[in-house]
Design a protein. Structure first.
Ligand code: SF4
Length: 366
């Protein structure tokens, strides 16, 4: 039996099954540094340490040992199916008959880094920036399409001392196709320490990045709150409506509100960069996510929109006004159509992603 085992990013994240299979194995085959994490599990076993670049040799060795009737463990860091040894193994097994094998998953760098950053993942693309086996143009194409599609993007192997071009290209492509204010999470493991940093996309190129750094690029909805990076999923939340909301919407339903900017209003401008006052009271209230800079007032169950100027942007109003006019005819409709309103908000944030809506970027030290 050959077990292709992912041991995760750190020993404490290894699965019980991975540990069991390592203990049961007669032969351990691994890239040398991975063995540091599992020294206590491999005592007394035949251990074949190999270097970086010897991947095919590791697989051939494993097959040779399996043919001798031994239980073999091939060790990958992270998950064996994500730039690990599983893909190497499956590339050549057709050459052999009667092999018994299994793949044991592990915690990959993307999920490990995400847990250190908060909750930055939603639909995502994991892209290795190593161009050792992949043409640079292929890497660039994938980054560009993932950026346009608004995927959260995770970069593995971003940069080494001799290989900087893919990283520089990635920064350029992302800045061309995504808002430069987008939050970016950077996670490095140094010994037993995990170092976590968050920067803006426009500053990524100047960060201290190396080969084993994991980088997570947020999407149009990603924000930073209390030092954590969050990409919301858009669940419906509840909060009491601000007073006067009902009064405002009575007029709205009767076609009595003034569209566009209302400089005659005694409160104008009630938000920074207020272009449009059509939705004096937001039809999506409470959106319940900080992507446009709203926030909960702690311990009060009140959603505060003071710092959100998104709903007062001309392009945003253009996108949502018709839907509200056609679908919302009573205060009850706001609740009945809430999921549609929240989806419209997500779609509109994407369409207006290059607008300056003061994305929440609340680091602890700010
Ligand atoms: S005003 Fe902004 S923060 Fe408030 S509910 Fe509307 S979109 Fe959300």
């Amino acid at each position: 039996m050959i077990s292709l085992i992912g041991i995760g990013s750190k020993r404490e994240h290894m699965t019980l099954k991975a540990a069991d299979r390592i203990k049961e194995a007669d032969v351990i085959i691994a890239y040398k540094p991975y063995l540091e994490h599992i020294e206590d599990l491999i005592e007394g076993k035949e251990v074949l340490r190999r270097g970086m670049g010897d991947e095919m040799e590791r697989v051939e060795l494993a097959i040779e040992k399996e043919k001798e009737g031994k239980k073999v463990a091939i060790i990958s860091s992270g998950d064996p199916g994500i730039y690990g040894m599983a893909n190497v193994y499956f590339q050549i097994i057709d050459k052999y008959s009667d092999l018994e094998f299994e793949v044991i998953p592990g915690v990959t760098a993307a999920t490990y880094a995400a847990s250190a950053l908060g909750a930055p993942l939603h639909d995502l693309a994991i892209i290795s920036l190593s161009d050792l086996l992949t043409p640079l143009e292929e890497i660039e194409r994938k980054i560009e399409h993932a950026a346009i599609a608004d995927m959260v993007i995770v970069f593995y192997n971003p940069k080494s001392k001799t290989r900087v071009e893919p990283f520089e290209s990635a920064c350029r492509i992302l800045n061309e196709n995504r808002n430069p204010e987008t939050p970016v999470g950077i996670v490095k493991t140094e010994g037993t320490d995990t170092i976590v940093e968050i920067c803006k996309l426009k500053d990524l190129e100047n960060q201290d990045i190396h080969m084993s750094t994991t980088i997570i690029i947020g999407n149009s909805l990603t924000y930073v709150k209390k030092g954590k990076m969050i990409t919301p999923r858009g669940y419906k939340t509840k909060a009491e409506l601000p007073p006067q909301t009902e009064e405002f919407y009575e007029k709205f339903f009767n076609g009595e509100i003034r569209e566009g900017q209302n400089t005659d209003c005694e409160y104008f401008p009630c938000h920074e960069k207020q272009e449009n006052c059509t939705f004096c009271y937001c039809p999506i209230y409470p959106c319940g996510d900080g992507a446009t800079n709203g926030k909960w007032i702690t311990d009060k169950d009140v959603w505060n929109c003071k710092d959100c100027n998104w709903i007062h942007n001309d392009k945003v109003v253009d996108e949502i006004l018709d839907f509200v006019k056609e679908n919302i005819h009573s205060m009850e409709d706001f609740d009945r159509k809430k999921k549609q309103l929240l989806k419209l908000r997500r779609a509109t944030i994407y369409k207006t992603r290059n607008e300056d809506y003061q994305r929440c970027f609340e680091l602890d030290d700010e």
